[in-house]
Write a protein that binds this ligand. Structure first.
Ligand SMILES: [Zn+2]
Ligand SMILES: [Zn+2]
Length: 618
């Protein structure tokens, strides 16, 4: 009877909230000041887009600045790792996570840190010490840094208290600087003179799942087979690199600890699937409810992507990052769009995406009140983004179907991204489902090239038009090029563009011309554009030095500054006869045959010598 009772206590799952509260209270009782989580958007740090660890906002203090709240701090920090978007789908990777942290700035060191963390895990969370494994720094002979025997001795004693003989190579594992050393610059060789760093010691939980030999002959804590999960890392900043490249001990030694709240929670559930912890499971249940399917089998991957991405997006919006096409906002957009795709795979009801924010706000709202404050904004933003994406998705999927027979080139993937607002991840996902390859490097090269050209300033040419890459806008953009060339042919070479604006509904062009256009001229221009549409001209993009483009007579917009290398779009027939060439960053349709019927709807004056036309495609 007693035995069964104890067993029940041990197997009781803890919620993330319970573990977070226990952790903060535990360290508060040991003299730590609890600090609030910093925002996901780092303050005063232009080098990174998102806060990715608990340490990040505290780096100035680890480097010696005095913290106003003293030498012992702890917190639970919101973190987002953009690099992990692709990894989400297995049982452990998430983009957003909470990192539990505690710090000593020249105060306590290894003895206290390792003992406290071990006590917290075994006594407070109730993990079985037999399931815990630790790693320590093996030393670096080249740089004359010894192995971390101090940490080893402490671990042996702590395990012994639980009746466990912690042998090296069985319970305690040595790894080199690549795994068990921390400095801002990485391994000791890479550290500049004056830089602090030191060994670290990680704790792993053993889920006792069978080892998979694909990952190596022997299983060990850092094996990727899924048996072991790292749940916490204590960094001991005790060295400084000298001018001559050797290492000396620091006068002020710091501790930086970071532990994954979700992972500790998964360990307390004794289930390696972090998506089964309370906070994420609440979202999974909501998805089950809205899709009518259960979280099992090969559907799990899509469930996880939706749950992770919606949570990441909710926290971003809570910190004021809204979906857009630029830096941070683009990550929110990617998260939401990828989530919509996976929700569709699960057959989730359309238009219900905003609903998924609710279980997240419910689980986290007490700890992170910014989520509650922004509840309406959050639902609206998510709903709107879902609707917007569905529009582009319908068009993009048609294009994808045309492309995906053999494999997808970098250029094709880029066009989907550029012209249809198709996130690259969606292309990857779709390709994976169809079993075709995508040239990822080719895509990255295209993207990089495009970004360089954008920086060259060409993109400014279509303010308001270019940022919108809807199919309709793209078609009107191409029509705009044909129109300018037609105006120059009909009215004369004195015609130059003086302004433009393109939406999904119509185009507008301002151009230099001294008189009102006659009805006959307007008709001629219209007919010429329609003729060129029917000739099925190719829209070809070329990059060239600015000088060369000017020699070719490419049309430039007045007052726009261009870089040294420019992008030029040419409309030409199969024999290479050029009808139009303009400095332009795109995007365009690939062939003018896609445009339909062109019609000028209005002609008017803007100012002396400048006329304005509005036109549509029917
Ligand atoms: Zn393994
Ligand atoms: Zn253009």
């Amino acid at each position: 009877m007693t035995l069964i009772y104890l067993l029940c206590i041990h197997l009781r799952n803890m919620t993330s909230r319970e573990i977070r509260d226990l952790y903060l209270k535990f360290f508060q009782e040991r003299g730590h000041h609890i600090i609030p989580s910093a925002a996901l958007v780092p303050e005063n740090d232009p080098t990174t887009l998102f806060t990715g660890s608990g340490m990040q906002p505290l780096i100035p203090y680890l480097l010696g600045q005095k913290h106003p709240l003293g030498t012992r701090l702890c917190d639970s920090q919101k973190c987002f790792r953009a690099d992990d978007i692709e990894e989400v789908g297995d049982n452990r990777h998430t983009t957003f996570f909470e990192m539990l942290g505690n710090w000593s700035f020249g105060d306590y060191f290894k003895e206290e840190q390792l003992s406290w963390f071990f006590e917290f895990l075994t006594e407070k969370v109730g993990l079985d010490a037999n399931r815990l494994y630790v790693t320590v720094f093996s030393g670096d002979a080249k740089n004359n840094i010894s192995k971390d025997e101090e940490a080893v001795a402490i671990w042996k004693r702590l395990f012994a208290q639980k009746g466990i003989d912690a042998k090296e190579g069985e319970r305690i594992f040595y790894y080199d600087a690549k795994k068990n050393w921390w400095s801002r610059a990485g391994v000791p060789e890479k550290m500049p003179a004056g830089e602090p760093g030191g060994p670290d010691s990680e704790v792993f939980y053993d889920f006792q799942t069978p080892h998979n030999k694909e990952f190596g002959q022997q299983c060990h804590p850092n094996c990727d087979c899924g048996r072991f999960l790292e749940i916490g890392n204590s960094v001991f900043m005790e060295y400084k690199k000298r001018e001559d490249g050797s290492f000396e001990k620091l006068a002020q030694r710091n501790v930086d600890f970071g532990g994954g709240l979700e992972r500790i929670c998964a360990a307390s559930n004794n289930d390696g699937d972090v998506f089964k912890i309370d906070t994420l499971h609440a979202v999974i249940q909501k998805i089950e409810e809205l899709s009518g399917g259960s979280y099992s089998g090969n559907r799990q991957r899509s469930f996880r992507v939706v749950a992770d991405h919606i949570r990441g997006a909710v926290f971003m919006i809570g910190d004021g990052v809204l979906p857009s096409n630029t830096d941070r906002g683009y990550f929110v957009r990617r998260l939401l769009r990828r989530a919509v795709r996976h929700a569709d795979v699960l057959g989730m009801k359309q238009g219900m995406f905003g609903e998924l924010a609710l279980p997240i706000i419910e689980s986290y709202g007490d700890q992170y009140p910014e989520l509650r404050r922004n509840e309406n904004l959050m639902k609206e933003t998510i709903q709107k983004e879902e609707a917007r994406f569905r529009e582009t998705l319908a068009n993009g999927l048609k294009e994808f179907a045309k492309l995906s027979h053999k494999g997808i080139s970098g250029k094709e993937a880029f066009d989907l991204y550029q012209s249809y607002g198709f996130p690259f991840e969606v292309t990857l996902d779709l390709a994976r489902e169809k079993g075709v390859a995508v040239d990822e490097k080719g895509f990255q090269d295209e993207l990089k090239r495009h970004q360089e050209i954008s920086r060259a300033g060409v993109e400014k040419k279509f303010r308001g038009g270019l940022a919108d890459t809807k199919k309709e806008t793209v078609r009107l953009h191409t029509a705009h090029h044909l129109l300018l060339a037609a105006l120059r042919q009909v009215l004369g070479s004195h015609v130059h563009q003086r302004g433009s604006n393109i939406t999904a509904e119509r185009l507008r062009i301002d151009f230099s011309h001294p008189a009102k256009m006659t009805v006959k001229e307007t008709k001629q221009v219209e007919d010429l554009v329609n003729q060129k549409i029917q000739e099925h001209l190719d829209m070809v993009r070329k990059e060239m030095p600015k000088e060369e483009a000017m020699k070719l007579g490419a049309e430039m917009e007045f007052g726009v500054k261009y870089g040294d290398v420019v992008s030029v779009y040419v409309a030409q027939d199969k024999e290479g006869n050029v009808f139009s060439k303009e400095f332009c960053g795109g995007p365009h349709v690939t062939n003018t045959g896609e445009l339909g019927h062109f019609k000028i709807v209005k002609e008017e004056a803007v100012s002396a010598g400048i006329r304005r036309l509005r036109a549509v495609l029917e």
